[in-house]
Design a protein around this ligand. Structure first.
Ligand code: GAL
Length: 662
């Protein structure tokens, strides 16, 4: 890896004849597919009877593809253990929150913590790694497939035992747990760890600490499973290992990727939801900083299953997605799937080639992606994405807090994506970073929707501010402790002390008539809000009307050479959108963010650089065209001609690469 841009597809040769394989190879070459991902559901092909393992089929396919210049990402087949594993063994299966035990079929039906599952998963993984790990065609590995995309926390007896061990490890003594969870409430108090239930069926809600901790426990266990798979593969292969994840899954992506070699994600975001697509690129780039990420799956045109289908992409959109991904740091852009399924539950899903071997409606777009890939490859290979100066924090732990406490159906993903979209629409080049990332190099740090701010993060953010950075805290940030309880020293705990802020009270401000005013813009306020006393020195945003008339929802505090900005409430509606943008823009200007353009909304600029030049990859993503002002004379890399400084217009779904020499 590292020397070319990949254009790939998920491939299931175990479902087709040898003649079809040969036809596929021919068609893949025509379509410009240079990498195939395979094996993730093929356990029954590899081990049809328990203990009878034969990887010969895959060895042949991988070698055959390689002869034709197509490389392979090999997967472990653990999402679909065969019938010999499941039949007659309900104790090996996943149990949902209502206590329903999964049977054979579909996928993700086993409990990944079950001992026998782990044993069998180890054996098959070791055989695969041994058989194909040294083949020249294998350039990478994917563990399993989309962990926890259909299931979340398992409630089986194995998980119960592990849960108790996990609690023991975390709390040491049961008194400590009782204390941390405030378990005296509703007579929950436990005498031993064995008594602590799993958050199964209950007449009303469980204790927040119980619910949140069970989710964190489950995330840790699935990451440990991933670690153990990676460890086995590494014994036999040097090829880098990944997992294809995404935000909605019940995993902690930061933890998951810690022990993997590169990050990848799957995306089926619609064109309207392109903010989610872009956010994934800006986030996945940072799970393995400095390394390219992969888009492991996306549809050529539309996703579908027996029960539903999405709308086909407009012509031109697929290429826009692909160029944006490569420019923002992707090494690969891959489809699900190559050849349409002839059976199973995803027969209607978009693909590159139909079951009958003909180009699908998405095929032309795939060719456009391939032409673009060839055109930009030299520039992408010799540059890296420019370092952003603005960082937005993404946290799967925060996601868990919102699952336990969704207020009124708040969805973390939606909240953070909308917030992110404002930064994009301001033309600001940005990183989306996990909590553990370094803050070095940033000027503006934004942490909305993080109910629990860890002491590690707090320390890091404090020194970032002391060194001159600006940190925007909120909305909905800091109001809960590590144990998902309420602080008893101050509404937002330690943050208030560090900032020198003082919250008066918190309450749901939606629909109360409260209007926030800041920087000459006003908007209704919403969500659970933290209100501050009016203070001539600190207040930046004041509240008019409602229950907190005259008080503050934004305060600003100097700390060292920098600033902490407490954003206590969420401006909502169209005016809210303007106000939020105004807030972000004001603080970005205040710290002199330089990686910012005036690109029109719907078009993006992804800057890349090396020691000699900067290149702007400009892509129109809304199909309406747009424009941006070039700060100086440059060269249009694709047309090989000079372009003058000043406005540059971009056609519908058009992409341009403009190089500025130093
Ligand atoms: C993904 C999954 C693929 C396929 C695809 C369809 O979630 O990894 O196997 O099901 O969705 O969109």
């Amino acid at each position: 890896m590292g020397k070319r841009l990949y254009h790939g597809a998920a491939y299931y040769p175990e479902l087709w004849s040898n003649e079809v394989l040969e036809e596929d190879i021919k068609l893949m070459k025509e379509a410009g597919i240079n990498v195939a991902r395979m094996g993730e559901f093929a356990w029954a092909t590899m081990e049809p009877e328990e203990g009878q393992i034969d990887l010969g089929f895959f060895v042949n396919v991988i070698n055959r593809l390689y002869e034709e210049g197509i490389e392979t990402v090999m997967c472990t087949p653990t999402p679909t253990p065969p019938i010999w594993f499941t039949h007659g063994h309900p104790e090996r299966m996943y149990v949902d929150q209502d206590g329903k035990v999964m049977g054979h079929g579909s996928r993700q039906h086993p409990c990944t913590n079950n001992d026998y599952f782990r044993e069998k998963a180890e054996i098959i993984t070791e055989h695969i790694a041994k058989a194909v790990g040294q083949l020249p065609g294998v350039i990478g590995w994917q563990i399993d497939n989309e962990f926890k995309c259909h299931v979340s926390e398992c409630m089986c007896a194995t998980c119960k035992t592990l849960w108790h061990e996990w609690l023991q490890e975390r709390y040491g003594t049961i008194e400590h747990l009782n204390d941390a969870w405030g378990a005296q409430i509703w007579s929950e108090r436990y005498h031993s760890f064995e008594q602590v239930p799993q958050p199964g069926p209950a007449p009303f809600l469980h204790n927040s600490s119980l619910s949140t901790m069970y989710r964190l426990f489950s995330m840790e266990k699935i990451a440990e499973f991933s670690d153990s798979q990676a460890e086995i593969i590494r014994k036999y292969s040097d090829a880098p290992i990944t997992h294809n994840s995404n935000i909605p899954f019940a995993v902690d992506n930061e933890r998951l990727f810690k022990n993997l070699d590169f990050a990848s994600f799957d995306t089926y975001a619609s064109q309207e939801n392109r903010a989610s697509y872009l956010m994934n690129c800006d986030l996945w780039r940072n799970f393995k900083k400095g390394k390219d990420f992969w888009i492991m799956e996306t549809s050529t045109s539309y996703a579908a299953s027996l029960e539903s289908y999405a709308s086909p992409h407009a012509n031109g959109y697929l290429r826009a997605e692909a160029v944006a991904a490569y420019a923002l740091g992707a090494e690969a852009f891959c489809y699900w799937l190559w050849r349409q399924q002839r059976s199973g539950c995803e027969q209607p899903h978009g693909s590159v080639i139909s079951s009958w071997g003909k180009p699908t409606v998405g095929f032309q777009s795939v060719l456009e992606v391939e032409n673009m890939r060839k055109a930009i490859e030299p520039m992408i290979i010799e540059t890296r994405p420019s370092e952003p100066e603005v960082a937005l924090v993404y946290s799967d732990r925060a996601k868990v807090f919102f699952q336990t406490e969704p207020h009124q159906n708040l969805d973390y993903r939606g909240l953070i994506t909308d917030f992110y979209d404002r930064i994009v629409s301001l033309g600001i080049h940005r990183d989306v970073i996990p909590e553990g990332d370094s803050l070095e190099g940033y000027k503006l740090l934004i942490t909305p929707f993080v109910p629990y701010i860890s002491s590690d993060f707090l320390r890091k953010a404090q020194s970032f501010v002391e060194d001159g950075g600006t940190w925007i805290v909120g909305p909905l940030t800091g109001g809960r402790t590590e144990e998902h309880t309420v602080h008893t020293d101050a509404a937002l705990g330690q943050i208030e002390k560090i900032a020198g802020a003082q919250a008066l009270f918190t309450y749901p401000i939606d629909g109360t008539g409260a209007v926030g005013e800041a920087f000459g813009v006003s908007a209704p306020l919403g969500l659970w809000s933290t209100i501050f006393e009016y203070d001539e020195k600190a207040t930046v945003g004041t509240i008019k009307g409602g229950n907190s008339d005259g008080k503050s929802f934004i305060t600003e505090h100097s700390v060292g050479k920098g600033k902490i900005v407490m954003l206590g409430s969420m401006p909502v509606g169209e005016e809210g959108d303007n106000l939020l943008k105004k807030i972000i823009e004001t603080y970005a200007e205040d710290v002199n963010v330089s990686t910012k353009t005036d690109v029109t909304s719907g078009t993006i600029v992804a800057p890349r650089r090396n020691d000699n030049y900067t290149a702007w990859v400009i892509v129109n993503m809304d199909g309406k065209g747009g424009s941006v002002t070039l700060p100086k004379d440059g060269v249009d890399v694709l047309k090989d001609e000079a372009v003058g400084k000043g406005p540059l217009s971009i056609g519908q779904y058009e992409y341009r690469v403009i190089q500025f020499n130093k």
